[in-house]
Design a protein around this ligand. Sequence first.
Ligand code: MN
Length: 730
Amino acid sequence: MAGYTAEDEQIIGQQFNDLLTSCNKICHSEADWEMIKKAFFLAKEAHKGVRRRSGEPYILHPIAVARIVVCEEGLGVKSTCAALLHDVVEDTSYTVEDIENLFGPKVASMVDGLTKVAAALNEDVSAQAETFRKILLTLSDDIRVIIIKIADRLHNMRTLGSMPRHKQIKITSETMYLFAPLAYRLGLYAIKTELEDLSLKYMYPEEYATIQAKMEATATERNEFIERFIQPIKEKLSQAGIDFTISGRVKTVYSIWSKMQRKQIPFEEIYDLFAIRIIFKPNELTPEKAQCWHIYSLLTDIYTPKPDRIRDWVSFPKANGYEALHATFMRPDGIWAEVQIRSERMDEIAERGFAAHWKYKQEHDTEDEFDKWLKDVRHAMSQPTGNAADFLENVKMTLYMTEMVIFTPKGEARKFPVGATALDFAYDIHTNVGNTAIGAKINHKIESIYTKLNSGDQVQILTAETAHPTIEWLDHVATMKAKQSIITYLKRVRQNNIERGISIFDNRMREFGITPSARLFRKLLPAYDCTNKDEFYSKLGSEIINLSDIDSILRQNSKNKVLKFWTFDFASGSKSKDVIVKSSRDVESIGEQKFVPAECCNPIPGDNITGYRDPITGDIIVHKTDCEELIRLAAQKGENLVGNIKWATYKAESYLSEIRLRGLDRVGVLRDLAQVITVELDINIRELKIQSHDGIFEGKISIYVPDTESLYSLMDKVGKIKGIDKVERV
Ligand code: MN
């Protein structure tokens, strides 16, 4: 492994010096400086000679991450060391013990956490939902691990240009799905905004470039406008003796793009391309809240306010700690402009999030919204639902929620995500209130518990001892807590039913003098329309089924019974005729695959498309590249993405044919058959019927094939499946 050139060394030295300069405000002793230098020299030695994909020395990456940690996240010396060392254990021969010996347990445990997160993200095989769960688990250990990881991700996003396309999509999806929401939840607004903006840039490069060009074209005009708008404000506030700064902030490409999407309007119709921010130095004598409103009132002397557009995050801070007063005023051109009013303290919390938040919290020592959220996540974590994807969905729900304030009858304010219902409110009061809720008085009017709440509503829950949760309730709640409580209740009921079912069944079998066997269940389950024993017992215990006709079922001969009946129907739409072909580069990695247009976004020829390999069927589901479902899937299981798919330039015609087959019944024959037809061959099945009796099975398959050659090749392949001895064309 070669070392670095003199030129490299010079760049490394310069960047490290920049880092040291930024560390001025966090290093308070000689020992602090020594520790950071030691971390740098160790990281440099460990990554010696290694280069990033862009060609630059690897060590520049940890230096950049450390710089983000110090300058943009406001963390301290130990976190800075952990940032410098974050890839050392993952990528080199150093161990966590080495780090502990040199830097102590705190830094070592952070590096350990970062290594685990990195390892989880690198796993290509396991489901990434599980990965994300592991990442979120580190929240409960040391939240700084996640904050450093976000810095790592931010630097990777800033340098994503040198990555191959499929990596860009995978990393971008993870960023949109997990890291940007996490940054938001941790109050790191500036970073969240940049992560989203970079994600957009790599996800839809053309749209991004177009909006950016339009922003640039209108920049001069806009800046003049902002200047003219803030001039009278400056004069007014100065006259009032307020110490403040004011600036016009241009919105990001991402926020403009998402507004265009949300409202379905072109760029030219978006007027709030900027927001005005006033940051004041509070005077000691008046509460900051009152000073915010004082500034607001001064502004109303100059411009006309829009009273229904006031957002008071000062009286009700967001769950991530954000505080500010947002108001909208009429501009001289008759268009509305947003003004954000914050104290210096509020601004630091808004920009630095967690770190600043902690700093101020220590002075007051109270549990706040952020602690409450963290407690909720930990609580959920301690009761795993068993399904990592569901779990993640729940956590994500609480990550990105925009909030409403709902009042109890006594006037206590509680926060809920937009979309929350009276039922969510009931569960927020107490699990028992939720479990027995029958209705709600919303603003003194009786409504269903499914009613969606609006910010400002006053809610009282009506309960009845006899009421209990049903599975439908899950469709009418938006909070993790309500969901979890309902699932827990339903599971408990199901378990009770299963136990009751087992005892009913055992008693009945004893009457018959039969010992239950696997064979017996093979006969019973289909007769009662159940797929497994648990379902059977549970239905029996809850009296959905009873055993009144069990003797006739037991006497029934099991011969000639239809075992399976599948129908695939791809022929109803004309879409399936638009065959998608692979570009020549990808033939090897894809092989003979079936392509299915995704139902969620229905791509048609000409759409920009990306494939996603269904992990169960092996089919490649073709989505529009901007399909939200695809982004979600890509974030969870990015390894299944298939790039470089193009629309065919020709349209294939398919014809319906039928083949008949016969063979020896054996476990797995159906699976093999489906595998050959749908995965190995690009053929649509219309219908597949299999009957089995006396160890022999017979099947009939209706398929769409383009020509006889494909038909004979299919029959050939089917004939080679173990156990099949006869294949003929009907
Ligand atoms: Mn890294």
